[in-house]
Design a binder for this molecule. Structure first.
Ligand SMILES: NC(=O)c1ccc[n+]([C@@H]2O[C@H](COP(=O)([O-])OP(=O)(O)OC[C@H]3O[C@@H](n4cnc5c(N)ncnc54)[C@H](O)[C@@H]3O)[C@@H](O)[C@H]2O)c1
Ligand SMILES: N/C(=C/C=C\C=O)C(=O)O
Length: 487
């Protein structure tokens, strides 16, 4: 239980009103290890109230034209952008990420999510065929599904929550969202903008709390026909089980064990800094982060030297320090989980070239109880090691050599995940060829994390089911109907 200092008290947002809850969870500032916020520990009752509000709001909201809904999303984007700094400071404190990343990625992308779907909702087309011999015309229409359940993770809190809210309400649905209990503040702040943007009461409802309690109440509610989930594979399995009796439509965006494949003709001046960023941005807590680096043998030593040097330049510091490259991991438990992977690698005889257990971490006095660790590079590790197979979701990456294109594609594909990959080569034929062979839903060549929101986003194998993007999210949050007219 926190001390007596004033804590930030969040409330559920249901039917356009902030409502207190009977019980609360402590929420920690990852950079100090101190409780600074209390999050509602909601359950079935709060979900039932949210469903009632969403049900009541649906007829009016779904009857609005796409143009009218688009205008509301644009106003919401403008209001969020006007409060960018306030949201960035809040996101940085809640998640542990640097203020610079929150300012330049998380909140700007949240604004973009609303603007993007405000535009894309105006441009969908439907299908039509003529069956002259039968004197028929057939056409399709798409209609909103009703109440959409949205569950989001703690790594990019507002970025990923708005990536679900925006398309769902643009299509005419009402939503019940459950952010991660570890990072609930910016979702709560977003609710303060809704009324001013013209979002009617009940269209967006946010219930805070744990997965097993309020999350499962949402997933198993019979009046919520679709669940859009981003998070871990074990949770996705649970959600699939709970939703199965209701035949719910699921979108599952899960984990990754993303390879970077660096051929001998790669431009190392670009490849090294980008691969440091793709390994350690957001403390390595991005599903798209690189955690396996395959380097062609002829440049392996040169790459390793440059990569370790550049990694050691990656400054770990207070998230509020604009010069920090990396902040605090999300929780004490997660920090200990990530550290355990480094211990496992060391016990297997791998070499830790820098970071955890090698270099000294220096922090300001106020941050010494925070959840910090240094970016860590592991080598001399076998493909069968847990660090090469399992998602660590922290600032740890493994570097190993390879000989041939055929060999590296086989090794890169030898994990259960298939979310993202990067391929570095100046041979355009090779990047096309390798990209096609990789079992990844996303392949960046000679770059990383350049996002095209129009195109499908998502993973294959254990990285998820379904895709998100302009057309994909629209089709997920609507039902298709084929109508035949006999003339
Ligand atoms: N593919 C992507 O786009 C993407 C993006 C970000 C994170 N992730 C993945 O998410 C994971 C890290 O996020 P996390 O730790 O928040 O994941 P998590 O699965 O623990 O939690 C994600 C969300 O699900 C909720 N939840 C947990 N148990 C639940 C249950 N039984 N029923 C309903 N909801 C439940 C949590 O409260 C949270 O809101 C990593 O595996 C990462 O790779 C994937
Ligand atoms: N859905 C997305 C996820 C990005 C990183 C997840 O950790 C996106 O970029 O749209």
């Amino acid at each position: 239980m926190a001390g007596t200092r004033a804590l930030l008290m969040l409330e559920n947002f249901i039917d356009g009103k902030f409502l207190p809850c009977d019980s609360y969870l402590d929420s920690y500032d990852p950079s100090t290890g101190e409780v600074y916020c209390r999050v509602p520990d909601s359950g079935k009752a709060e979900v039932a109230a949210a469903v009632a509000a969403a049900r009541a709001a649906f007829p009016g909201w779904s009857a609005r034209s796409p143009q009218e809904r688009s205008q509301v999303l644009l106003r919401l984007a403008d209001l969020l952008e006007q409060s960018l700094e306030e949201f960035a400071v809040a996101e940085s404190r809640d998640q542990g990420k640097t203020i610079t990343l929150a300012r330049t990625m998380d909140i700007p992308r949240s604004v973009q999510n609303f603007r993007f779907f405000a535009s894309s909702i105006l441009h969908h087309t439907s299908q039509c065929t003529q069956m002259d011999h039968a004197g028929c015309l057939h056409y399709t229409v798409r209609e909103p599904v009703g109440i959409a359940g949205l569950i989001s993770p703690w790594n990019l809190p507002l970025y990923l929550l708005t990536w679900k809210i925006a398309p769902a309400i643009a299509a005419g649905n009402t939503v019940i969202a459950k952010p991660s209990e570890l990072t609930s503040v910016t979702a709560w702040m977003l609710c303060q903008l809704l009324q001013k943007a013209g979002v009617p009461p009940g269209v967006v409802n946010i219930v805070f709390g744990t997965g097993p309690r309020v999350g499962e109440a949402l997933v198993s509610h019979p009046e919520v026909p679709v669940i859009s989930f981003t998070g871990s594979q074990p949770t996705a399995e649970r959600i699939t089980q709970l939703s199965a009796p209701h035949c719910k439509k699921l979108s599952l965006e899960l984990g990754g064990k993303n390879p970077a494949i660096i051929f001998e003709d790669a431009n190392l001046e670009e490849c090294v800094p980008t691969t440091v960023r793709s390994s350690f941005a957001n403390q390595g807590e991005i599903c798209l982060c690189t955690s396996r680096i395959f380097v062609q043998k002829s440049i392996y030593s040169e790459f390793l030297k440059k990569f370790v040097e550049a990694t050691r330049m990656w400054k770990v510091g207070s998230p509020a320090d604009p010069s920090a490259s990396m902040g605090a991991l999300i929780s004490k438990a997660h920090l200990e989980k990530v550290r355990r992977y480094v211990k496992i690698a060391r016990a297997e005889g791998a070499r830790i070239l820098c970071g955890e257990g090698v270099d000294r971490l220096s922090l300001p006095p106020g941050n010494r109880a925070g959840y910090f660790m240094l970016p860590t590079v592991i080598t001399d590790i076998k493909d069968e090691s847990r660090c090469m197979k399992e998602e660590i979701f922290g600032p740890v990456t493994c570097v190993v050599p390879f000989d041939s294109e055929e060999e590296v594609v086989k090794r890169a594909n030898s994990v259960q995940y298939g979310l993202a990959a990067t391929v570095w080569s100046s041979n355009v034929g090779r990047v096309h060829r390798v990209a096609k062979k990789l079992q990844s839903g996303l392949v960046w060549t000679n770059c990383w994390l350049i996002r095209e929101l129009n195109l499908p986003f998502g993973g294959m194998k254990s990285s998820g089911v379904g895709r998100e993007g302009a057309k994909d999210s629209y089709e997920f949050f609507t039902e298709s109907k084929t109508i035949t007219i006999k003339h």
